[in-house]
Design a protein. Structure first.
Length: 129
């Protein structure tokens, strides 16, 4: 069975953030049309990285990434340490996420049978960031 995990550094125009997580491909998933896209979805970025510490330098975030890597022992993250870059500032991402979240909530509510409740909670958290 695959762990499907990695340590992912988010590089924006003005900062870095890092997370050890699974299913990072969700960053490209939209609830509006329930499919993956070629561009990162701002709401997913905020869901994954919004509560994490920001770093100003590449050296600082790399040090944290290696700390997370060491904490994962005795298992190595399947995808190691990766960097995901986006040509936006954190504030731009946050603004776009807050604009997109109500549209995604509306799309989910069109036919929510309860299985999307967790996603609704996360989207509502985006609105309060």
């Amino acid at each position: 069975m695959s762990a499907d995990d990695g340590i992912y550094i988010l590089e924006t125009k003005d900062q870095y953030r890092v997370i050890h997580t699974q299913a990072i491909d969700n960053l490209w998933w939209s609830h509006i049309d329930r499919r993956s896209h070629s561009e990162l979805i701002p709401t997913r970025i905020v869901e994954y990285y919004g509560q994490l510490k920001s770093y100003k330098t590449k050296d600082e975030v790399k040090n944290r990434a290696f700390e997370l890597y060491d904490l994962s022992k005795p298992y190595d993250p399947e995808y190691g340490i990766q960097t995901i870059s986006i040509d936006k500032t954190w504030d731009q991402i946050l603004t776009e996420a807050k604009e997109l979240a109500p549209l995604e909530i509306e799309a989910i509510n069109l036919d929510n049978d309860g299985r999307w409740d967790y996603n609704l909670r996360r989207l509502n958290e985006v609105l309060t960031c």
